[in-house]
Design a protein around this ligand. Structure first.
Ligand code: ADP
Ligand code: MG
Length: 462
């Protein structure tokens, strides 16, 4: 079998094949006599092939162990060997032919530590690069302007502005109610910029506990506080280097953090917690909020200087109720996306449904529309979404019961009896005011009997 393979290669090629396979190579027999050594190796150790061949390896190569390996049959890989006052790294392999140890083969991997370091740093940068792409792939920012659906004038104006400024490096402030697509805009701006090949790092300022926000944004040094990870941690600003950081819900950032953020924006460098060293960062900031930042500035809950820093380019995204013409188009787009998850095709909205959707106020905007359509597709039997596939609050045209979750907490619901009692009490008070305290007149106004009136007054302590 071996013979067969070698027969296909002309014999005189072999030397070149060996030279290409290993830059520096030496072969000894079991006595340690050099049977073969290439010119590159000889040059490296300051000798010639003619001189070396036939000599004991000990006479030719400093500190060699080739004769030992040829004797023991034990391979020595990546062994450090001192030659010419420099440590080189060598591989020594026993040469076994037809099951018999016949000698040893030596190659030099790195001629000196510098070569090794260069190789190492090359590998290191490849590893870093791999890590970066892996990371980017995992939280890849994939939305583009084409994903921002809508043709209504107000929306198109915002979209055009965002497209125009995407190539700039200035800060962007995205304003709009919850669910209007602020995050989508941020992705599109990043991907439309020269930073698209670098990370897009989203941070939700409202969802990170105040005491963790600083280390999350700026990172920390080894031992900066108890529980700090060994070796410290890179902050998100550093992670976003050359890319974009998206500070979502910036209106919820505590004042103390606002000052620190301002410093980073001004100095373009970050300091990890527990470190005096400044790390330069090149990051574009896109901030977003549903809050009225100008009012917060007036109330003193948002720093004015930070507001000015962020507000270089302001983009307001209109709420869905101000762009009802876009509802059919957006719904169709959202249905396409949902259909993929539900293994459906060609789902449409009935004309009545479209009309109903256009009448709704959409406090939750496109996110709410998404939920409504997802629910509908869940209960859908055919291809057309009808009124009865909509959630109850949308089916009833007269009363719009929908209230965003945050506001629901403020509504108090009392037992019906108590509510009625409260209203009765109010009505009696009103009647008595009108009649200047005359109970008989008041009873008449309320169109109830005298006895019933007195009973109620007694009951309500009037
Ligand atoms: N113009 C749009 N076209 C299609 N889908 C949109 C659009 N705007 C927002 N969406 C979708 O609506 C949802 C809410 O958007 P998001 O960007 O998270 O809103 P916000 O950050 O303003 O609360 C997301 O699922 C997003 O994909
Ligand atoms: Mg959001």
């Amino acid at each position: 079998m071996k013979v067969e393979i070698i027969e296909h290669i002309p014999y005189h090629w072999l030397e070149e094949v060996i030279n290409l396979a290993a830059e520096m190579i030496v072969i000894v027999d079991c006595q340690g006599i050099i049977k073969y050594i290439n010119a590159a190796y000889c040059e490296f150790i300051g000798t010639t092939v003619e001189y070396a061949i036939g000599k004991h390896v000990n006479e030719v190569i400093e500190n060699t162990r080739m004769h030992i390996v040829a004797n023991t049959g034990q391979a020595e890989l990546a062994a450090v060997q001192r030659i010419n006052g420099s440590e080189m790294i060598a591989n020594r392999l026993p040469l076994v032919v037809d099951g018999e140890l016949v000698g040893a083969l030596g190659t030099v991997m790195f001629r000196n530590p510098e070569e090794w370091r260069q190789y190492q740093s090359k590998i290191q940068s490849l590893v870093e690069e791999l890590k970066y792409y892996k990371n980017r792939f995992e939280k890849e920012s994939k939305y583009n302007f084409a994903d921002l659906i809508g043709n209504s004038p107000a929306f198109l104006a915002s979209k055009k502005l965002a497209e125009r400024i995407s190539s700039s490096h200035s800060s962007v402030l995205l304003l709009g109610e919850s669910g209007t697509g602020k995050e989508l805009f941020a992705h599109a701006i990043h991907n439309g910029s020269s930073r698209a090949a670098f990370p897009f790092v989203p941070i939700n300022c409202a969802s990170i506990p105040e005491h963790l926000l600083e280390s999350e944004l700026f990172g920390y040094e080894d031992g900066a506080f108890t529980g700090a990870k060994k070796g410290g941690k890179k902050g998100q600003f550093q992670a976003a280097h050359h890319g974009t950081i998206f500070l979502d819900e910036i209106g919820d950032m505590p004042l103390s953090m606002q000052s620190k953020l301002l410093r980073v924006l001004q100095e373009k460098e970050v300091q990890r917690i527990g470190s005096q060293k400044s790390i330069p960062v090149d990051v574009r900031v896109i901030a977003a909020t549903h809050r009225d930042l100008e009012m917060m500035v007036q109330e003193g809950t948002f720093r004015q200087d930070l507001y000015y820093r962020l507000n270089v380019i302001k983009i307001e995204i209109p709420p869905l109720r101000k762009r009802t013409d876009d509802i059919p188009l957006i719904s169709a787009g959202l249905l396409k996306k949902l259909e993929r998850n539900f293994h459906r095709q060609n789902t449409v909205l009935s004309p009545e449904v479209i009309e109903r959707l256009q009448e709704h106020k959409w406090p939750g905007n496109i996110r709410e529309l998404e939920n409504v359509l997802e629910r509908a597709i869940n209960v859908l039997d055919g291809k057309t979404i009808e009124i009865h596939h909509l959630p109850l609050y949308l089916r009833d045209q007269e009363v719009d019961y929908y209230i965003p979750k945050q506001q629901r907490m403020d509504i108090q619901v009392m037992p019906l009896k108590e509510t009625i009692a409260l209203v009765e009490k109010q009505a009696i008070h009103q009647a008595l005011k009108v009649t200047d305290g005359n109970k008989l007149e008041a009873a008449k106004l309320l169109e109830i009997g005298k006895t019933s009136f007195y009973e109620k007054c007694k009951m309500y302590g009037i």
